[in-house]
Each structure stands twice: as C-alpha cells, then as structure tokens.
Design a protein around this ligand. Structure first.
Ligand SMILES: C[S@@+](CC[C@H](N)C(=O)[O-])C[C@H]1O[C@@H](n2cnc3c(N)ncnc32)[C@H](O)[C@@H]1O
Length: 327
C-alpha cells in the first residue's frame, strides 16, 4: 500500500504495517503519541499535535494518517513548523514539505498548518493550543534551548505533553559524522585532528566515499566536519534537560526511552512496530534504563505541562489550598 492509499479515510483497524513507516524514530514517536492520546481522547474533542522542526514532513504524514484513523470520534489536527535561518537544511526545503504533504493528503490545507519561522521567533500558534508537541532529532540542533522550552510550555495545553527524541551529549557516537565522541571535543584543532586520524584509520564514512570516487581530500573533509559539529549541533546533557524543564515550569522524565530500543529490536527482527506502550509501574526501569541507554542512542524526553501544587493552591481543584504539601 502506498502512502496515498493509506490516506486519511483509512479505518480504525489501520495497522502499523499499513503506514509505510520508513524510520524507526517515527514508529516510536507515533506509539508514544498514541499512548498519550489514549488517556486524552474523548469523543468530539479536537486533538492538536505539533511537530517542531518538522523537516520534510514525513512524521507529520505518519501522525496524520494513523491518528485520524485510530481516533475516528475525534478531530485530529497535525501541525508543523521549522526554521529557515538555522542552515542545517538546504534552501527551499520547506516549500517541498508543503508541496509533498499537499499532494499526499489533499483534504488538509497544509499552507495553514505548516509554518517556516526564524529560530528566535515565537512559535506561530496561540497559547495552550496543543495536546502534544513532538520532535525528532531536533534538540541536538537547537541554538537557544531555553527559548524552545519556553515556547513548548506556552503552546501546550494544561496537561499536555511534549515528546522529544534526540541524542544527549552523553551519546558515545556522533550520529551525523558516524564517528565516536567528536561532539564532546571543544577545541577545533583537537576535533579536526581526531576526525582526520579516525577517517585515516577507516572509521566513519570517509574511506567509503573516497573509494566510491566521491568527495573531498582528507584535510578538507576533516575541516568541514569539524565545523559542522561545532556550528550546527548543540548537545544537551541530561541535567541540562531537567534544569531547562524546571526553569520553564514543566515536569520532565525520560519515560519511553527504553521503548525506543524495543522498537529498534523489533525492526531488526523484522517484527511489526508496536502501536502503544505500557509504562505503568515502569518509572525506576525507565530512569535506570535511560542512564545506560543515553550512551548508546537517542533518548525520549517527556515534558508535561502540569503542576498539581500550583493547581491545589491557586486553582479550583480543592486540595491543600494555601498550605505546604504534607510530608
Ligand atoms: C536532523 S533534522 C530533523 C528533521 C525532522 N524532524 C525529521 O525527523 O526528519 C533537524 C531539524 O531541526 C530543525 N531546527 C534547527 N533549529 C531549530 C529550532 N530552533 N526550532 C525548530 N527546529 C529547528 C532544522 O531546521 C532541521 O529541520
């Protein structure tokens, strides 16, 4: 079945296998979003999801097709934005994104749902608009994380969640260069020398591209890649994620991080991706698992716009109004 055939009219029985999901990251984020929506989807509700840093729009397509089919009693609206002045994408990429989604899912006016903005601009959406914000492989490229977290907080409804899949600084492998540890080296000279030496030794793609008759001389290659890591990536540590979340008033955890590996293993064993996760009673496993897995690949950061103490004190939810939490 092509993605066109698996369009928005598909039924609630639509399988993961019918969705033509080409990336395990997309399968994982879809399962995370679906797990979150199961608790939120009340018939008649509009469920709004934002893909921040949506790139070519493939995750938007997957979310739009799957969730429209799985939540027929709700109105599912998927939105996206990306930035035009970051430079990691080529010029004109966003026009292709809008064109592509408009061709694949013509029942939606994508010119209204998709926006290209400046990296330091506010996101072009009202306050408390989204049930879910997702991003895939974006946070390791964001220059101003505090701005990104503030906008996440502003754009999320009360009780809404953000799900960000990306590599932390702990990751031992630099996934863009396919070389170990080079993103942790601050000195340009040392980073350049490390890239050059490892490439000479046959680590990473340099030798292969040379053998295929492509590309640059070793010195040029090493310089270009040393600059890419320095100027176009900005890796966070786990502690920085928690500090940012606290600063803007979001709960944070690495829930769903182990599940990404489950999806990866299933993909390796050619088993269909799972559609939802059971995270009940898994807090300790998730936290300890993430402590190890952050070295091996991307983590999933879950941010939640909820503050039960604030609601208890200032809201109308009853509880311990005006008092400290009981010990
Ligand atoms: C590796 S690409 C991932 C694209 C897409 N999410 C995907 O899964 O294919 C990283 C993306 O992050 C975007 N980006 C960089 N800085 C950003 C920011 N401050 N806010 C949102 N997106 C940003 C880039 O423009 C680029 O599209």
């Amino acid at each position: 079945m092509t993605s066109m055939q698996a369009g928005r009219t598909a039924s609630a029985n639509l399988d993961m296998a019918d969705l033509n999901i080409t990336s395990v990251t997309h399968a994982h984020l879809l399962a995370c979003v679906n797990t979150e929506l199961l608790a939120r989807a009340v018939p008649g509700r509009t469920l709004r999801i934002l893909d921040a840093g949506c790139g070519n729009g493939e995750l938007i397509r997957v979310l739009d097709v799957a969730l429209s089919a799985w939540y027929p009693d709700c109105l599912v609206e998927v939105y996206g934005y990306d930035v035009g002045d970051h430079g990691v994408q080529s010029a004109g990429f966003f026009d292709s994104t809008v064109r592509r989604l408009s061709e694949e899912s013509p029942s939606v006016d994508w010119t209204e749902r998709l926006h290209l903005i400046g990296a330091s601009s506010g996101w072009p959406f009202p306050d408390e608009y989204f049930d879910i914000v997702v991003s895939n492989q974006v946070l390791e490229h964001v220059d101003d994380h505090l701005h990104f977290f503030k906008e996440t907080r502003r754009a999320l409804k009360q009780g809404g969640v953000a799900l960000h899949l990306f590599p932390l600084r702990h990751y031992l492998w630099e996934g863009h260069l396919h070389l170990p540890l080079v993103h942790r080296i601050q000195s340009h000279d040392l980073r350049y020398a490390a890239i050059k030496r490892m490439s000479q030794m046959g680590i990473g793609p340099f030798r292969k591209s040379k053998a295929a008759g492509e590309g640059r001389q070793l010195a040029d290659y090493s310089e270009l890649h040393a600059d890419y890591v320095w100027h176009w990536t900005n890796y966070l540590t786990e502690s920085q994620v928690y500090a940012l979340a606290r600063q803007v008033g979001l709960r944070a955890s690495l829930r769903y991080t182990p599940e990404f590996y489950v999806q990866k293993l299933r993909q390796l064993r050619r088993k269909p991706a799972v559609r939802q996760y059971d995270t009940e009673g898994r807090a300790l496993t998730d936290a300890l698992g993430a402590k190890c897995l952050r070295y091996a690949s991307s983590v999933t950061v879950r941010l939640e716009s909820t503050n039960s103490y604030h609601l208890g004190v200032h809201g109308d939810e009853g509880g311990s109004a005006g008092s400290e939490p009981r010990q």
